[in-house]
Design a binder for this molecule. Structure first.
Ligand code: MG
Length: 375
């Protein structure tokens, strides 16, 4: 990069945000931070602001740091055309509106927030196209596919890998009685609680199929999931001629984060040590067990329905995950409740952003009611 890339991070105090700052610290001569935005962890945001000296900060709660201007909304970050790129690293629907605003302002996006595409993929991608904005995925699977694709028109199918989570080789019975602690013990990745539960039910993979559909414009029937417990092959694509290209590496989120914010260039960054196939020794693959992990099929169904179905799926699942974490429902009920909500959903085929948010809201209210009626 000839001159410093101006970057803002929405969600700087979360798992992806803090790792992004580690990458930026390592590559400090490559970046200038315009703004950092965090949620409730104002103490960490304050520390980050003192250390990285952004021009602006935003927090969900009042915060003041000497020499840094406090903003009153995330939109102010998304409207600042000084930004070359914005890393959207927050979780939840809060990421959607500022992402759209940034796209309207022609700012490139490094996207880690799943909800943006799951809720409003059609709108987001068509706006990005119309504004000549690049959306570089941070999610490791999509980042892998992004790295593999040279000529998208020649690609036949996408192969998304899934670690399988902590219940991969447990029985359905064991999974049904799983505690929160067991569910949060992810064998490969250290992530936030919501996404860790999604990884245990495999709903995370379901959401990623929807993400992939929007990012790369592939039909759902051309997106395949394969379980790969070692999380070394981060995903792959198959070309028309049968050639398969995979992106391989140690499971570290620093790599996809760095790829997305430095794209198309590459730097040494945080790379801990050289990759060795001999050290890895073996890679395993197996078909996902859709009976044990029915969430994946549910996500395919919502994706194929299109319109507001995926926003419904996302909202119902998230509320159910929160209820599970609160000890209100069992792990398996996350699927059952989400399925019920999707079955009862009144589909809007080509929704506006407001209609999407309305579906999100009404689905959450209805889901919470169902959960309360169980208890
Ligand atoms: Mg992922």
């Amino acid at each position: 990069m000839e001159k410093k890339r101006k970057i803002s991070i929405i969600g700087s105090t979360g798992s992806i945000g803090t790792q992004a700052l580690e990458v930026i610290e390592k590559l400090q001569d490559k970046f200038e931070i315009i703004a950092l935005a965090g949620g409730k962890n104002t103490k960490l945001l304050e520390e980050q602001a003192k250390k990285f000296k952004p021009k602006f900060i935003y927090a969900a709660q009042p915060i003041e740091v000497t020499g840094v201007k406090t903003l009153s909304s995330l939109d102010e970050i998304a409207e600042n055309k000084d930004n070359d790129i914005i890393l959207v690293a927050c979780s939840g629907k809060i990421g959607l509106k500022p992402t759209l605003k940034a796209i309207e302002n022609g700012i490139n996006i490094a996207l880690a927030n799943k909800e943006t595409l799951v809720m409003a993929g059609d709108i987001v991608m068509s706006k990005a196209k119309a504004n000549g904005v690049k959306i570089i995925p941070v999610d490791s699977e999509h980042c892998a596919i992004h790295q593999c694709i040279k000529d998208i028109a020649q690609v036949d199918k996408l192969i998304i890998t899934a670690s399988g989570g902590p219940f991969l080789h447990k029985t359905i019975e064991e999974m049904k009685n799983a505690t929160v602690t067991e569910t949060l013990k992810h064998p490969r990745w250290n992530m936030g609680k919501k996404i860790t539960v999604d990884s245990a039910t495999l709903m995370n993979k379901g959401l990623e199929i929807i993400e992939a559909h929007h990012l790369f414009g592939f039909d759902y029937d051309d997106i395949e999931v394969v379980v790969h417990p070692q999380s070394i092959v981060h995903s792959a694509i198959e070309y028309k001629d049968g050639s398969v290209i995979a992106q391989i590496g140690l499971p570290s989120m620093h790599i996809p984060i760095q790829y997305a914010i430095t794209y198309p260039e590459r730097f040494e960054g945080i790379k801990s040590h050289s990759f060795s196939f001999a050290e890895i020794a073996r890679l395993d693959f197996e078909k996902p067990d859709f009976e044990k992990f029915p969430t994946v099929k549910l996500a395919y169904k919502a994706g194929k329905l299109g319109g507001t179905a995926t926003a419904c799926l996302n909202a119902a699942n998230e509320e159910a995950v929160f209820a599970f974490l609160d000890g209100k429902i069992k792990l398996y009920q996350i699927y059952e409740i989400t399925k019920q909500m999707l079955d009862e959903h009144e589909l809007v085929k080509n929704p506006t952003i407001d209609e999407i948010f309305e579906v999100d809201e009404t689905t959450r209210i209805k889901t919470r009611k169902i959960i309360d009626s169980i208890n």
